[in-house]
Design a binder for this molecule. Structure first.
Ligand SMILES: Cc1ncc(COP(=O)(O)O)c(C=O)c1O
Length: 458
């Protein structure tokens, strides 16, 4: 597996340096250091262009490769499907598209329709368009506003950035379209209210925004079940019950963005399933096919779907949307096999067990390192917020947070940190190993963090 050191691919690195514009990256340093090129992956591990092995604690960097690298059964399923039928526009159905939709809906009681596209941003945009069209068709133009939450993220397009609760993601790309309104975050560690029932209070803040805007203007509320890039925020007890109640009270559709939590990450198929809530829309992308093919899904209830076929005589009354690559069959073919693997290998249970181990290890690190102010998470989706002072909760300087990440990388363990997200609060280490993680993998991850914190923070 370390054959790359003997296979010189320096030409690849040079081609990358000369021509590839990397995501989320300042490129000036690449004039002096090599850009990182990942060459091969197997299970939990990846190898770079120099042949160096890394344990990947972030599933491909961004919570994606849920079933791990090197899955030949997914590659074979995709290969077989591509040879038989690679693509036809989504106005027609496909065999894997129909089969995966059926299998998915079996896991999502109360929901019934799957709309395919190819990124999380796009899946979320579909909801925003549906909400707007419902407003036009069924509310006389009212109920057109979409509420989103501070610290949440829903994508990179202008439309989804209009719902970015992370100021640094949205900055410099505006102006944004009207009708997107922010509600306060629910992270109790950074409390905005001094109350005992924090979850309920944070949800009440949503109601306050609805009343301020006017309930007849608000059509939808979009929330991450557990906020990911905004700092791994698990809503406090009582939050979701109240959110559901508020949505019902004001006839507001509830859109749950499962792009990160979806398909096993938190130990259930979907994050919202921990909380007994009944969404009207669920969107998903990253873990649906673990990055073996691009696929995203916008899933709705039959009631929402019915709103788009109520008047077949009106030539404008259906959802007039297309996603060219939503018709690629590789996505649902990979997703079917991905789902089979999760079921046959018991990966939901493994996620719950390994998530508990990861959380216990992080708590032990917190006892040892005062720089850890808070640890949070659900399943194999955890965060550790680093602070300069536990009493004041002053965030640790971002450079030192990045130094911890770099130290782990030098040890051969890839971890993440919140990045160009909330100004002054890019201080949470992010951990999201693949759902196949073993106890040894989990311990290796936290051992690396232990050493890094000792070196960087003393
Ligand atoms: C919660 C959430 N929603 C949506 C997206 C956007 O997904 P994509 O990058 O596939 O467009 C992301 C990406 O990180 C995300 O974390």
């Amino acid at each position: 597996m370390d054959g790359y050191s003997s296979n010189d691919i320096s030409d690849v690195v040079e081609a990358d340096r000369a021509h590839v514009w990397h995501h989320l990256s300042q490129h000036k340093p690449y004039e002096n250091v090599d850009p990182r090129v990942i060459v091969e992956g197997k299970g939990m591990r990846v190898w770079d262009a120099r042949g160096k092995e890394h344990l990947d604690a972030v599933s491909g960097g961004v919570w994606t490769v849920n079933v791990g690298y090197g899955r030949t059964s997914i590659a074979n399923a995709v290969r077989d499907q591509l040879i038989k039928m690679n693509y036809f526009a989504g106005a027609a159905g496909s065999v894997p598209g129909a089969r995966f939709a059926q299998r998915l809906i079996e896991k999502m009681p109360g929901l019934s329709r799957v709309y395919y596209s190819n990124s999380g941003s796009e899946a979320n945009e579909k909801v925003y368009k549906m909400v707007r069209q419902i407003a036009h068709k069924h509310h006389g133009g009212k109920k057109w506003k979409i509420l989103y939450r501070e610290r949440d993220y829903h994508g990179t397009t202008i439309g989804t950035l209009a719902t970015s609760g992370q100021a640094q993601r949205a900055a410099q790309y505006g102006p944004y379209p009207d009708g997107f309104v922010m509600v306060p975050h629910c992270l109790e560690y950074r409390a905005q209210w001094d109350v005992a029932n924090y979850g309920e209070r944070a949800a009440q803040a949503i109601e306050e925004v609805i009343l301020r805007e006017g309930p007849d203007t608000v059509g939808c509320l979009v929330l991450e079940p557990v906020t990911a890039g905004g700092g791994v925020i698990v809503p406090p007890a009582g939050y979701w019950e109240k959110v559901q109640e508020i949505c019902a009270k004001y006839d507001i559709l509830l859109h749950i963005d499962e792009v990160v939590c979806g398909v096993g990450r938190t130990g259930t198929w979907f994050g919202y399933q921990h909380y007994g809530i009944k969404p009207d829309f669920v969107t998903m992308a990253k873990g649906v096919a673990s990055g073996y093919a691009a696929i995203s899904c916008t899933v709705t209830t039959e009631a929402v779907f019915e709103l788009f076929k109520d008047d077949p005589t009106d030539t404008m009354s259906y959802f007039r949307d297309i996603s060219t690559f939503g018709g690629c069959t590789a996505g649902p073919a990979a997703a079917l096999e991905n789902m089979r693997i999760i079921e046959d290998e018991g990966l939901l249970d493994n996620t719950t067990a390994m998530g508990a181990r990861l959380m216990a290890n992080l708590h032990a690190l917190m006892d040892k390192h005062a720089v850890i102010g808070d640890v949070r998470g659900k399943g194999l989706f955890c965060g550790a917020e680093l602070v300069a002072d536990r009493g004041t909760k002053e965030a640790l300087d971002e450079k030192r947070v990045q130094a911890v990440v770099a130290d782990c990388m030098a040890q051969g363990v890839i971890i993440g940190a919140t990045n160009r997200s909330v100004p002054g609060l890019n201080n949470t280490l992010c951990l999201s190993p693949a759902l196949i993680a073993t106890p040894d993998d989990i311990d290796q991850i936290t051992d690396a963090i232990d050493q890094a914190l000792t070196r960087v923070c003393g």
